[in-house]
Design a protein around this ligand. Structure first.
Ligand code: SF4
Ligand code: SF4
Length: 127
């Protein structure tokens, strides 16, 4: 299944312009890990503790997430102001190029209500 899903991912990622969407940056709170905090702190020239205090909170699963959404780094033109330093979860979303796709099938069903790439990949897959 992975080969098929990855082909669909490539196709729809090139068809859909994330800069015209940004739904994930508006509505989903990516989990943010220590390495992400280190990268963001370098981008902002802040201490990691200052990044935590200013931008992050702990969610019900015990993960750091952004204090508020839309993401504080989303700019009015939908660009990410820390793009090169963005969290790993942002880089990997919507995960449709991941190996062992069957393991994240239900996550992709959930993501399909936010992300048009995930929606179209699933729609084609179910055909
Ligand atoms: S850090 Fe950048 S890519 Fe991640 S949610 Fe915020 S604006 Fe989007
Ligand atoms: S929700 Fe999907 S299509 Fe929209 S910006 Fe995010 S990754 Fe791109």
């Amino acid at each position: 299944m992975d080969n098929l899903v990855h082909d669909l991912h490539e196709h729809f990622s090139s068809e859909i312009n994330c800069l015209e969407c940004a739904n994930c940056c508006r509505s989903l709170g990516p989990a943010i890990y220590d390495k992400d905090i280190e990268r963001i702190s370098k981008a902002l020239r802040l201490k990691p503790s200052e990044v935590v205090d200013k931008y992050l909170k702990i969610d019900e699963d015990g993960d750091y997430v952004f204090r508020s959404m839309p993401c504080p780094f989303l700019m009015p033109d939908n660009y990410c102001s820390i793009y090169e330093f963005r969290p790993k979860a942002c880089r990997e979303y919507p995960h449709t190029d991941r190996k062992k796709f069957s393991q994240i099938y239900m996550l992709t069903v959930k993501n399909s209500s936010t992300c048009p790439i995930a929606y179209h990949v699933l729609k084609e897959l179910t055909k």
